[in-house]
Each structure stands twice: as structure tokens, then as C-alpha cells.
Write a protein that binds this ligand. Structure first.
Ligand SMILES: [Zn+2]
Length: 44
């Protein structure tokens, strides 16, 4: 499964995620601060 790095633009948290986690974060917001995120905050 593909891995991505999520960097929250609101709180600065960096998290390595897989596709399932990425989709969950896009739906639910940052797991740390709950701010809504978008595609640009994930890098491969
Ligand atoms: Zn955050």
C-alpha cells in the first residue's frame, strides 16, 4: 500500500500515513487539531 506524508498546515504535525489513513484524515480533519485538510497537505 502506498505511503504518504501528511503535514498539517494548521498545527504543523507531520504523520506518515497509508491510503486508508489519508482518506480518513481527508474526511475527518487533522487527527491532532481536527482542522479540515485538503489534498495539497499530503506528499508522496
Ligand atoms: Zn493539525
Amino acid at each position: 500500500m502506498k505511503e504518504y506524508e501528511f503535514t498539517c498546515s494548521a498545527c504543523g504535525q507531520q504523520i506518515d500515513v497509508n491510503e486508508t489513513m489519508r482518506d480518513a484524515i481527508k474526511s475527518n480533519g487533522c487527527p491532532v487539531c481536527a482542522t479540515a485538510v485538503d489534498e495539497s497537505e499530503f506528499s508522496e
